[in-house]
Write a protein of this length. Structure first.
Length: 365
């Protein structure tokens, strides 16, 4: 992997958050505790011929058995599918708080067997996020929390669960690799803290970044503080579609961004207040491209990209709500990843609180 700038060693990872696949067997792992992103060769030698679909019941119990801990100590941070082998990867913290141990778990999509990925003496490289919020920054990042984390709050007749971790934990909130560039959303230590970074790979230490400004429809104002929660590359990597808490959907043109400036997004939809987007994927259905967006309190939503392309920027509070959307009645979806061209993989929590991996057929969405 020397052509990717990787060298064998043991990456000093203290936490795991968002993960994303790059070229070959490179898995990018965000560590918000150290404010670094690691590129790791996970050496997946699985069969490139995918099965049609993959489902796995009670993921938490299987992971707890593998990791030797209680189910409540299994904290799944992100989900990714290897684009060649279609094996499933999870970023997992074993335990909570300062006692948590960072792990990457691989689940074989043919057998359902889980194993931990070696993180010692592996080919890797890393890049530091130099303008990350400091470890002693007193600001907090208010997030909609999944049980059993956070505290319950009553707002306008709705019971919501919030967590308020330090802003350092939102240094990287999501990332995606596009044609030699790692696109990274999150927060910075600057006054206008919502930030989008573009990092060339192999890592050279160069980071281009922009502070972001959006019109937040449900809040009725322009905002620069709240970070992107989830995004997908769009228009062959020339732009992204991003979503924020309470829930604007925003288009950003990467081609028009000049590093060090403030970039203004085009808000194309307001998907509902008192809600946080959890994940999104783009998929093809009948030759047309769609977004599938998972939420903390609202249903799974499907949006046609052709409607996004023609939508004028929303710059007035509350109305209009922007592009049309369809609600998909698959409750409890927390994470999404493209499994193959025919299925999207979902991490889904049922009414009992148990999480499962479920394949959603794209033709039926």
């Amino acid at each position: 992997m020397s052509e990717q700038g990787l060298r064998k060693g043991t990456p000093a990872i203290e936490s795991v958050g968002p993960i994303a696949f790059g070229p070959d067997d490179v898995l990018f792992v965000a560590d918000n505790v150290t404010a670094n992103i690691f590129a790791i060769d996970i050496a997946d030698d699985g069969d490139a011929n995918s099965v049609d679909a993959f489902d796995l019941d009670d993921v938490d119990t299987q992971l707890a058995s593998l990791l030797g801990c209680n189910v409540d100590d299994v904290v799944i941070r992100d989900l990714a599918v290897h684009p060649r082998t279609h094996n499933v990867y999870l970023s997992v913290m074993r335990g909570r708080g300062n006692a948590g141990i960072p792990l990457i778990v691989k689940i074989d999509h043919r057998s359902g067997a889980a194993s931990t990925v070696a993180l010692d003496q592996v080919p890797f490289s890393q890049v530091a996020i130099t303008n990350a919020p400091s470890a002693d920054d007193e600001r907090t990042d208010t997030q909609f929390a999944d049980a059993p984390e956070g505290e319950e709050v009553e707002i306008r007749g709705h019971t919501l669960r919030f967590a308020r971790p330090p802003v350092r934990t939102a240094t990287v909130t999501d990332m995606a690799y596009v044609d030699g560039m790692l696109v990274v959303a999150g927060m910075s230590n600057e006054e206008f803290s919502s930030t989008l970074r573009r990092i060339p790979f192999p890592f050279t230490g160069d980071v281009a970044d922009n502070n972001l400004e959006i019109f937040h429809v449900s809040h009725g104002k322009w905002e620069t503080a709240a970070p992107i929660r989830t995004f997908v590359p769009y228009d062959s990597g020339q732009s992204i579609l991003a979503s924020y808490t309470c829930t604007p959907l925003v288009h950003f043109s990467l081609a028009d961004m000049t590093s060090g400036t403030q970039a203004q997004g085009r808000t194309v939809a307001e998907l509902g207040a008192m809600n946080q987007p959890l994940d999104m994927v783009a998929f093809d259905q009948g030759g047309d491209e769609f977004l599938l967006i998972a939420h903390s309190t609202h249903p799974l939503m499907k949006v046609a990209c052709r409607d996004i392309d023609t939508q004028e920027a929303l710059t007035e509070p509350r109305e209009p709500r922007g592009v049309p959307r369809d609600e998909i009645h698959v409750p409890g979806v927390k994470k999404l990843a493209n499994f193959n061209g025919d299925y999207v993989l979902a991490l889904q929590r049922d009414e009992s609180g148990t999480r499962h991996l479920r394949s959603l057929k794209t033709a039926s969405l």
